[in-house]
Design a protein around this ligand. Structure first.
Ligand code: PEP
Ligand code: MN
Length: 359
């Protein structure tokens, strides 16, 4: 099958659904039969080798699941994808006639592991889905695609599943939407699928995350589905039944991405934004000119660039005004950090001219 073409020619979203892990033949048949009644489901997923963070978690039923997949595919004609993490997995999956393979986040992170998989494929014509690495490093994700492309494997699709974080009040894996957007800028023709199950880690969040992905023009969704989610052997909190999946998909608002009939009105809004951005950048330039003066002053008086107590006060005062300005605390913090870093760079240039004469 040609996955890129199917994704691009399907009305958004191209939905991939199925269990986190294939557990028993009955569970697999039950979930696939129910999913096949929904015409929005275009591909089935199911893990048989599960790279888990902790060794005491369920690590998949293994190759015994391959004949179950073959049996289910005889009854239901949807393409099937599974995760591969080693050359042995690749060989077994190719021999079993699996339609597509996905590379998990814990594998994408390791260039040697990715290269081993590429080498094991030896040019086989099979679509590959590549999840983002666990860390928010867009180049590492892009690098994995380049490894496949260099080996002549071009039917590639990206899956955004969020990024690991020590502890987050909302997400299991924070979405960091700027990373898939940067990916799309780099590879505009590679389809981009969102995985709200692993981002949210909680079935209650799936609709909200999937809606955002649709509004950011993602091509599809990968959603974990289980006949009895509470009893799932892995990722039980985030899986949904096929019926609940249908409800989620029905609630999605699919907006039009063509601006053709609205260009004049949008141009007016954007013109105002452009002028405001001009003002913001003019002010920033003025701010940096003052930083140069402060740099001169600090050099003459032998003072360090950073005064952490002063900086803490600046941040705190600004955050106190956050609700008044209707700006989120996270945005204020990252904007201040960026301005501060640039201000430090300016002062450093003025104060240590001799160390970087060419700047
Ligand atoms: C999965 O899809 O079940 C999985 C383990 O995903 P990830 O690699 O995104 O953690
Ligand atoms: Mn999972």
């Amino acid at each position: 099958m040609q996955l890129q073409t199917s994704i691009k020619s399907t009305n958004r979203p191209f939905v991939i659904a199925g269990p986190c892990s294939i557990e028993t033949e009955e569970q697999l048949f039950s979930v696939v039969r129910d999913l096949s009644k929904n015409p929005m489901i275009k591909m089935i997923r199911g893990g048989i080798w599960k790279p888990r963070t902790r060794p005491d978690s369920f690590e998949g039923i293994g190759a015994i699941g391959l004949p179950w997949i073959q049996a289910v595919k005889k009854e239901i004609s949807l393409p099937f994808c599974i995760e591969v993490a080693t050359p042995k997995h690749v060989e077994a999956a190719l021999n079993a006639g699996i339609d597509a393979l996905w590379i998990g986040a814990r594998t994408t992170v390791n260039p040697f592991a990715v290269q081993d998989i590429v080498d094991a494929l030896k040019g086989a014509e099979i679509p590959i889905l590549i999840k983002n690495p666990v860390n928010p490093d867009v180049l590492l994700w892009i690098g994995a695609f380049e490894r496949f492309q260099n080996a002549g494997l071009t039917d590639l699709t990206a899956v955004h599943r969020g990024f690991s974080i020590y502890s987050h009040p909302k997400y299991r894996n924070v979405p960091d939407w700027e990373i898939p957007i940067a990916f799309k800028e780099h590879f505009p023709d590679i389809p981009l699928i969102n995985d709200p199950s692993h981002i949210g880690g909680n079935r209650q969040l799936i609709l909200e995350i999937a809606q955002k992905a649709m509004d950011l023009d993602f091509d599809g969704l990968m959603i974990e589905t289980h006949p009895q989610p509470e009893k799932a052997w892995s990722d039980s909190k985030q899986q949904v039944t096929p019926t609940d999946l249908q409800k989620i998909l029905q609630q999605l608002v699919l907006r039009n991405k063509s601006e053709v009939n609205y260009e004049t009105q949008l141009f007016q809004f954007r013109e105002v934004l452009r002028q405001l951005d001009d003002e913001v950048f003019n002010i920033l330039a003025k701010r940096m000119a003052i930083c140069n003066e402060i740099g001169d002053f600090k050099r003459e008086n032998n003072l360090t660039i950073l005064s952490v107590n002063h900086w803490k006060k600046v941040v705190q005062e600004r955050l106190e005004n956050a609700s008044e300005e209707k700006l989120s605390a996270t945005f204020i913090r990252s904007l201040l950090d960026a301005i501060h870093q640039e201000s430090i760079r300016h002062q450093n240039q003025v104060m240590n001219k001799n160390l970087h004469p060419n700047d």
